[in-house]
Design a protein around this ligand. Structure first.
Ligand SMILES: [Zn+2]
Length: 497
């Protein structure tokens, strides 16, 4: 069927066709352009039912022209999409060689629980049109890596999110210029650094179970890291520094046990070293690590590799791997309490108010053990005893800082008040093993984040990693398995006796 025949059949049906393809054209009034955006530069005037439009930015055309621009395709491809909608015979059944993805029909989409999302559909469509190959962009950088390429050689890098969908894509031209596909929802979405294209749901499953996940800004940086660091880590690119934290937090939520490494850029020389700041902030937020090139010039890990070679880059990457101190929420609260102190009069407070202030100073992380009458402080994921002396000194310190004289009686009475008002400690949960990065529940055999209310008193100070495939306590940690069994046996014996 000729293109002109298809467009003849489409007359009067363009608003439905656009709708089915996810192209929003409005109702004939000025609105954002589906191709180039803006606010009101576009108008769907649909002259003679031919699907015509006018955009102040990208010009005018008919329905087929709009589809061409929206899907970055030629007239033939666009007409096939129209023919599909109109149920006309077409040549869309030709099978592409080396196609990255077979087109998936809507039934399959439904079965995979992938929501019907226009951006997602557009990415699927464009991926279908790509073939895997070596790009000029990477050749110039001295990297060899297959990526999905569109006909003109530009890279089409799909972005995924952790809700099992494509959230958008990045186009990378051979000269290195990049832009996001229109409609992309970048926040928390990332590009998987891999030559094997996987569906978003498969990527989520991998991220959920993997021990080590590296997050960098750009795709080339990620490919470079894969090259010099022959380790079994999943590498994902967050596209820019500002998105690192959103991606890392989403990954952390999915996988509480993974070692997360932020491979940041060194943006030295700018007003603000955004790359470094964001990398540290992100590592802190997810209790992970960061590594940044220690150059005195602006560089990412790919620039570093180009200049110093694989071996030296690997050594430097490892040497610069840092785990930042966790942001101490107690310290932040201290600052807040101290600021408020200036306007307070501690001497005139009731002792219960002073007790309250003291508890606030410790981030409301105090509790009382009724059996021993000792006060405990929740710190580093466990409850630790804190002596009356320490508490009294702290309060004396607060008096001094507010510029007031203190009376030892007032201080000890505040600590006594504190004893009466603190929450009572619960019994430590027996079926939990407390690791540095979370707790393992023996009963359900799951790993989860720490919780104050577990009332745990000891932590083993070891990071927990989930078992790899074919790995079990019995085969890989026989002594621990023995201990566990004995532990269970003792419990059973105790129950019987
Ligand atoms: Zn436009």
């Amino acid at each position: 069927m000729k293109i002109s025949d298809i467009t003849a059949q489409a007359v009067g049906k363009w608003d439905y066709i656009f709708h089915s393809l996810g192209i929003e054209v409005g109702n004939g009034k000025h609105c954002p352009c589906p191709i180039c955006g803006g606010k009101d530069r576009f108008r769907f005037d649909n002259q003679n039912g031919r699907g015509t439009y006018i955009c102040n930015q990208c010009g005018s055309g008919d329905g087929l022209e709009l589809i061409k621009h929206y899907y970055h395709c030629d007239a033939k491809e666009a007409s096939i999409k129209v023919a599909e909608y109109l149920n006309l015979p077409n040549q869309s059944d030709q099978i592409r060689e080396k196609t990255v993805f077979k087109k998936i029909d809507s039934e399959q989409l439904h079965n995979n629980n992938i929501p019907e999302n226009h951006v997602c559909k557009k990415v699927e469509y464009l991926l279908y049109k790509t073939s895997l190959g070596q790009s000029e962009y990477l050749t110039k950088k001295g990297l060899t890596f297959d990526l999905p390429l569109l006909d003109n050689g530009r890279i089409f890098a799909p972005m995924l999110n952790l809700h099992n969908e494509y959230a958008g894509a990045q186009f990378i031209e051979s000269d290195g210029s990049k832009h996001l596909m229109k409609g992309s929802n970048k926040k928390g979405a990332f590009i998987l650094v891999s030559s094997i294209m996987s569906r978003p749901a498969e990527v989520c499953a991998k991220l959920r179970s993997h021990n080590e996940i590296i997050i960098c800004e750009g795709l080339a940086t990620g490919i470079s890291i894969a090259e010099f660091r022959h380790r079994d880590a999943i590498i994902i690119a967050a596209v820019d520094a500002g998105n690192l934290i959103h991606v890392a937090k989403a990954v952390r939520e999915l996988n509480p046990a993974a070692k997360i490494i932020i491979a940041g850029d060194n943006d030295i020389g700018n007003d603000k070293n955004t790359g470094k700041e964001k990398a540290i902030e992100t590592a802190q937020a997810v209790n992970g690590y960061y590594s940044i090139p220690d150059t005195d010039f602006k560089a990412d890990w790919d620039d570093y590799r180009q200049q110093f070679g694989l071996e030296k880059t690997l050594a430097s990457f490892n040497a610069n791997l840092i785990k930042p101190e966790l942001q101490n929420s107690d310290l932040l609260i201290n600052v807040k309490v101290k600021k408020e102190l200036s306007g307070m009069n501690l001497s005139q407070m009731a002792s219960s108010q002073r007790a309250d202030l003291l508890n606030q100073y410790y981030g409301n992380n105090l509790a009382i053990n009724l059996r021993t009458d000792e006060i405990y402080h929740y710190q580093d994921n466990v409850w630790q005893p804190i002596s009356d002396k320490v508490l009294m000194r702290t309060l004396a310190d607060l008096f001094t800082q507010s510029g007031e004289l203190f009376n030892p009686l007032r201080i000890s009475s505040a600590v006594e008040s504190l004893r009466l008002s603190l929450p009572i400690m619960g019994i430590p949960q027996k079926d939990l093993i407390c690791f540095r990065n979370g707790v393992y529940e023996l009963k359900s055999q799951t790993f989860r984040p720490h919780n104050k209310q577990d009332w745990l008193l000891v932590s083993n100070d070891i990071d927990y990693y989930p078992a790899k495939e074919n790995e079990s306590f019995d085969t890989h940690a026989p002594n621990f398995a023995k201990w566990l069994k004995e532990h269970q046996a003792i419990k059973i014996r105790l129950k019987i006796s």
